[in-house]
Design a protein around this ligand. Structure first.
Ligand code: CA
Length: 221
């Protein structure tokens, strides 16, 4: 999962970013509304965590702009505690959820997972696909009910493919889910993760479309 965090408070921003990364979420962090809008037009994010009071463009204006150009990206708004009008205005402007500051990082992580599920039309927290089960909250995977040890980026690669079964993802699209701004991407990294996943799970799960990318069939054997 790749998230854009828009928060101008340096302490809160760096804390939230670190917490998200710890939970296996790739988080890009910007402290101003205009930069956030530029990032959102350049990259597809799985979700946005949006503070309202921001320099250069406030959070509500940014949210309204996103929705007026029909950008469906799930948005979780950070509001001041007790500010009911902020929550109402935020939801009416197209936010999908909100959290009042100060909040618990575990709750933010859980709400983001729920947003991601809803945006993909997945009703259950555990992703099931053929013989595989993936629990994004526990970062745990099983094959035929037996736990499989996956490294964080192997897990994220598999998660991206399972959230898009039947759709081919290019290497660049998978990289976008795994790496944030300033992360170094080794060439062939995705090939290596796919190779490891095939070995740890089973070879036929992830199919290659030569020159295009990878996919997991909707009903894998
Ligand atoms: Ca602020």
């Amino acid at each position: 999962m790749r998230v854009l965090l828009v928060e101008d408070d340096p302490l809160l921003g760096s804390g939230v970013r670190a917490g998200l990364e710890q939970a296996g979420v790739t988080a890009d962090w910007t402290q101003d509304g205009e930069e956030a809008e530029a990032a959102l037009s350049a990259m597809t994010y799985d979700a946005v965590v949006l503070d309202l009071g921001l320099p250069r463009m406030d959070g509500l204006s940014l949210l309204r702009r996103l929705r007026s150009r029909h950008d469906p990206v799930p948005v979780l708004v950070l509001t001041a505690r007790g500010a009911v009008s902020d929550r109402v205005t935020g939801l009416d402007a197209g936010a999908d959820d909100y959290l009042a500051k100060p909040f618990d990082l575990a709750e933010l992580q859980a709400r983001l997972r729920a947003l991601l599920r809803r945006s993909r039309g997945i009703a259950t927290p555990v992703i099931r696909c053929g013989r595989i089960e993936l629990d994004p909250a526990a970062r745990a995977a099983t094959l035929d009910g037996k736990p499989v040890d996956l490294l964080p980026r192997e897990f994220a690669t598999l998660e991206a493919l399972l959230l898009n079964t039947g759709r081919v993802l290019s290497k660049a699209q998978i990289e976008d889910r795994l790496y944030g701004w300033g992360d170094e991407i080794e060439s062939n990294a995705i090939e290596v993760y796919v190779h490891h996943l095939r070995r740890k799970l089973y070879p036929d799960l992830i199919r290659t479309v030569r020159g295009v990318g990878y996919f997991v069939p909707k009903d894998p054997t």
